[in-house]
Design a protein around this ligand. Structure first.
Ligand code: ADP
Ligand code: MG
Length: 753
């Protein structure tokens, strides 16, 4: 009795040692499941010749072509002969060169076959040198084909696999067929519950793999792919559903909103009315805070939509209820700015215990890594004693030394800069097994599929409207190479704004010209990856040019176009107190008082910086930034009721991907629309960047753009499954699939209970 072949069976027991070794070496495929999940890149029909016009030099290709002519001639320099085979796609020819005549291959004019190899150029023409050949000669070697007629033969759909030099597509195909013949599907449990399959008209596993690897019709391919994507979506959503459920089983101290206290006083003195969104989300948060399990809410909203205010009201409610709140910012500049603006907003309420403070006031502490040891110790003591209600800081807060008397709420600003590890450390700061409530704020608009996938364990609130008084931002592309006059005009515009008492930002991708590394906060190349700019190789010829750097641009502007204008630089490599001093001077009420008209910086100023008097932003080499990031950047201007002008300087060619992105950014100010565009220019794996979720490798076949319907439906199926079977005891196959996904997330904070 042999054991049945199932998905977990090792390939070497099914396809033989040699093929198994080759498959492992070339593609790291070890099990039957690995091979069946190695999906064809595309499909072709025997009758359909490959269009040679689509071939590029230096690529590994598999082409279907008809043999036209075969000539053999002796080599000039050496012994032996060269065989040249001319094949055609019906339009043009391609030359195949063999230094040895391929053994056992019928190179007969008129026959059609598959040829695989690397394209190279010889005498201006593309050729394949010593390609692998698979000729269809009618008496097909593959007995399983069951070819009835010539038409059926020509019509057969052939999968084309991503091949390697040592493993041609049809060899993979042979191995897959061999595997499909042997799998005992009755012994393979299906991870998809039958009701789910029925409800969504999904084919079984066997049918899915057959459809993908040896389809009779196009429809079978589609059905097969849909089923595979469903598996992936369901497994992922199951992981998230289990986690959400675990969250609700954790305990937290309920923090009830009080009828009188800081919050009530604050609301009463507020110089403006809350937007409807701010009020509704505020109420939702108060409800969350009153629960005995921790809130985990994501607050999304465009820059300037008033998130900070929502967060502050939540913090005040917690302080009223006897707890403390921590606000974590991604950089020291932002932490300091949050501290300033929150102290301003609170006024006397932030000076509890002081002579000029409100009687029921609290205190706001700022703790950052670069402050003096003495100051830090003082602030930390205050946090530990409970004297301070609101603690603001960077990751430094998470150092073990900082303790809280009673931490009730943690607000995390700009979560995409904030690692899972830090969140975990913070959760450890809870008292007697009770965790703090968590509110995460982000200004990066997140499309729905990403929200329920990457942030699938958080409840999501969105602030859609901007508070009144915000003026429009106009964005223009400045093609510096084609129209040098536009660049001159750009600096004139900056001078004009400055002469009216306004301020300007000039943003560069690098600190110094020779730099490989940028900031330590945002590395330019990270930015490119994170925000979906093209791969280095795809950037086109302009990629070779050095990128604009803060130091060069500042020097050039000071010496020329902006001479006499008060100009300073800011970047992540400056000491914290220096950065802070510059930011403070730049953000004073008016330019006259601040002493800085133009700030030349890296993306340090990206997130949350609020200088209402700044009206122009010039982004140098703007094509080096991603769509969402440019949108974030321009959110820094037009905040003070003055219209904003954003100028995107670029040397990217018209029509190049970089240039197209800029046109998109200048064409709309809808952040959600831009987020969608951003998503479409990225590879899926990058969307779930490892630092965000550790889930980088898991989305193999699912597309967050294309498969929105599947993802949304899978989420509700997963929810129902986990609700009725929290430990997945009666769904072992689904549990197994889910745990392979969750496997690399051992470090995830939510799992550390
Ligand atoms: P975000 O954090 O979402 O970027 P902020 O909370 O910093 O936005 O708000 C941006 C500006 O708008 C701040 O100056 C803030 O005081 C102001 N603001 C917030 N809410 C309102 C409102 N309802 N009406 C008027 N101004 C508001
Ligand atoms: Mg803000």
């Amino acid at each position: 009795m042999t054991t049945p072949v199932v998905l977990s069976t090792k390939l070497r027991d099914v396809v033989g040692g040699r093929t198994a070794t080759a498959l492992q070496k070339a593609f790291d495929l070890v099990t039957v499941h690995d091979l069946l999940m190695y999906l064809p890149r595309r499909y072709t029909r025997r009758g359909e010749l490959t269009d040679f016009a689509s071939l590029r030099e230096g690529e590994l290709v598999t082409v279907m072509a008809r043999i036209k002519r075969v000539t053999t001639r002796p080599m000039r320099q050496r012994r032996g002969s060269i065989t040249e085979v001319i094949v055609t796609d019906g339009q043009s020819d391609l030359s195949l060169t063999f230094f040895r005549k391929p053994w056992g291959t019928k190179l007969t004019p008129g026959l059609v076959g598959l040829f695989a190899g690397k394209t190279s150029r010889y005498n201006q023409k593309l050729q394949l040198t010593h390609p692998e050949c698979n000729i269809f000669d009618g008496a097909d070697t593959d007995a399983s084909l069951d070819v009835d007629t010539v038409t059926a033969f020509a019509d057969e759909i052939l999968p084309v696999y991503p091949a390697s030099a040592s493993m041609a597509s049809w060899k993979i195909s042979q191995a897959v067929r061999m595997v499909l013949e042997q799998v005992d599907w009755a012994s393979e449990p299906d991870p998809l519950p039958p009701q789910t399959a029925q409800r969504h008209h999904l084919v079984g596993l066997e049918q899915a793999y057959e459809g993908i690897h040896r389809p009779a019709t196009d429809a079978q391919v589609v059905e097969g792919q849909r089923r595979i994507r469903w598996d992936e979506a369901l497994a992922l959503q199951t992981v998230l559903a289990v986690r959400r459920q675990r969250l609700t089983s954790q305990s937290a101290q309920a923090r009830m909103k009080q009828n009188s206290g800081l919050l009530a006083d604050f609301d009463e003195k507020l110089p403006f009315v809350l937007t409807a969104g701010q009020r509704e989300i505020g109420d939702q948060i108060f409800e969350d805070l009153a629960q005995e399990h921790p809130m985990h809410r994501l607050l999304q909203g465009e820059v300037g939509s008033g998130k900070t205010l929502v967060a502050l009201r939540a913090m005040l409610a917690v302080v009223d209820a006897g707890g403390q709140a921590a606000l974590l910012a991604p950089t020291e500049v932002l932490a300091a700015q949050h501290a300033r603006s929150i102290r301003t907003l609170l006024g006397a309420l932030a000076r509890g215990g002081q002579l000029d403070g409100a009687a029921n006031g609290t205190q706001v502490a700022l703790i950052t890594g670069s402050m003096s040891a003495a100051t830090k110790r003082k602030e930390m003591l205050a946090a530990a004693s409970g004297e301070v209600g609101i603690v603001i800081g960077t990751h430094a807060i998470l150092e073990d030394k900082v303790t809280f008397a009673d931490l009730g709420l943690v607000v995390v600003d700009e979560q995409h800069r904030f690692g899972v590890e830090q969140r975990a450390a913070l959760a450890q700061k809870s008292l007697d097994g009770k965790r703090p409530h968590v509110l995460v704020m982000t200004a990066t608009p997140i499309p729905r599929t990403v929200a329920i996938t990457v942030f699938g364990d958080l409840d999501v609130s969105v602030l859609r409207e901007l508070p009144g008084g915000r003026a429009a931002i106009t964005t223009h592309v400045v093609p510096a190479r084609e129209k040098p006059g536009f660049l001159e005009r750009t600096w004139e515009r900056v001078r004009e704004e400055v002469s009216q008492g306004h301020q300007a930002y000039v943003v560069c991708p690098r600190i110094v010209a020779t730099d490989v590394e940028d900031d330590g906060l945002v590395v330019a190349d990270d930015v490119l990856d994170e925000f979906g700019a093209e791969e280095a190789g795809d950037r086109g010829p302009e990629a070779a040019l050095p990128m604009a750097s803060v130091e060069d641009v500042a020097a050039e502007l000071a010496a020329g176009p902006l001479r006499g204008v008060r100009l300073e630089v800011l970047h992540g490599r400056m000491p914290g107190d220096e950065k802070d001093a510059i930011m403070r001077r730049f953000s004073s009420e008016t330019a006259v008082a601040s002493g800085i008209d133009v700030l030349v910086s890296t993306t340090v100023i990206e997130v949350g910086v609020d200088v209402p008097n700044a009206t122009v932003m010039v982004v140098m080499d703007a094509d080096r930034f991603g769509v969402s990031q440019l949108h974030q950047l321009r959110g820094r201007i037009g905040r003070g009721g003055h219209p904003g002008l954003c100028l995107l300087v670029t040397s990217a060619e018209p029509g190049s991907p970089g240039r197209e992105r800029l046109e998109v950014v200048s064409g709309t100010v809808d952040g959600f629309e831009l987020a969608r565009v951003d998503l479409s220019t990225r590879r899926e794996g990058d969307v779930l960047g490892a630092d965000q979720s550790g889930r980088k490798s898991s989305l193999r076949n699912l597309s967050l753009l294309r498969d929105e319907d599947i993802i949304v439906a899978a989420r509700s199926e997963a929810e129902a499954i986990v609700e009725s079977d929290p430990t997945l005891a009666s769904h072992p196959a689904l549990a197994a699939l889910a745990s392979t996904l969750a496997g690399d997330e051992a470090a995830d904070w939510l799992d550390r209970s």
